[in-house]
Ligand binder design. Structure first.
Ligand code: NAP
Length: 251
């Protein structure tokens, strides 16, 4: 039987897991697509292409030229452009599309979250918080938005997968680390640096969640950036459900 081709829009842990799952399916050929922002991307099973498609028009052409039968959009919940482009291009071409998006984190008893709609609002929340030692994990490309909250008196602890250039905030310490993180380590980190405010995006998932548990235990406030609107269309929250959707489309 001829292999079908699935375009897997990645850049998330779900994308990495699905690459392995799809690569093991004999009827399927997987093309992983990455934006190319990370200089050391994780190794992926299957074919890999890197870089943008050139908007909706470019993606429409790509789907046609590469004979793509299915699209699975496993981009990160905060990747605002790509999932809308994928929706529009699949509508135009009739290629079936699935969105995979892990559930958002929800505050529980003992959590002290201020939920904000954007990074700019997160920066304003920092300014208004009175906190002096800020742990920021929103990612290096979002760091620039915190420039208005820099006043020389606040101290910043920045954690990112790659070094933020330029480092807009200061005085600061930068940790270049990739999850998963563990509760013990997060408790030690927050305590050692006497952090009194944590700023994060609501990425969801288990890899980055221990900082929230650690904040709860230590009574530290959290500024939580809400997710942008989810794309329309069929959405699942797990890689198992995504694999089942693909399997159903291969029949
Ligand atoms: P974005 O705003 O949705 O994408 C910006 C542009 O980058 C898109 O219009 C597209 O270019 C290209 N692009 C994005 N994802 C792509 C993919 N998987 N394959 C090919 N091109 C892609 O996304 P972003 O926030 O810049 O994030 C870029 C990548 O990093 C995403 O793949 C995302 O999964 C990952 N990521 C993002 C975050 C975050 O917080 N934003 C966190 C972790 C990982 P064209 O219009 O030219 O096609």
């Amino acid at each position: 039987m001829e292999q079908r081709r699935v375009l897997l829009l990645g850049g998330s842990s779900e994308g990495r897991l699905l690459a392995t799952a799809f690569d093991a399916m004999p009827d399927l050929r997987v093309v992983n697509s990455l934006a190319g922002l990370t200089s050391r991307p994780a190794r992926l099973r299957g074919e890999v292409r890197v870089g943008g498609f050139g908007g909706v028009e470019g993606l429409v052409s790509y789907l046609d030229d590469a004979n793509i039968d299915l699209v699975v959009d496993a981009t990160h919940p905060f990747a605002t452009q790509m999932h809308h482009h994928a929706a529009a291009a699949c509508d135009r071409t009739g290629v079936p599309r699935l969105r995979v998006e892990r559930p958002a984190w929800e505050p529980g008893p003992g959590d002290n979250w201020a939920e904000v709609p954007s990074i700019a609002e997160a920066a304003r929340a920092v300014t208004g918080s009175g906190a002096g030692r800020i742990f920021v994990t929103t990612g290096r490309t979002d760091l620039a938005a915190f420039a208005p909250a820099v006043d020389g008196r606040r101290w910043w602890l920045v954690r990112a997968v790659e070094a933020p250039e330029p480092l807009v905030v200061g005085p600061a310490e930068v940790l270049i680390e990739r999850g998963p993180f563990r509760l013990e380590g997060e408790l030690t980190l927050l305590d050692r640096h006497r952090v009194d405010l944590v700023v994060t995006k609501n990425s969801g998932g288990s890899a980055a969640a221990p900082k929230l548990e650690a904040s709860r235990r230590l009574g530290i406030r959290v500024v939580m950036v809400r997710r942008p609107p989810a794309p329309r269309g069929v959405t699942v929250t797990s890689t198992g459900a995504a694999t089942a959707w693909v399997t159903a489309h291969l029949r």
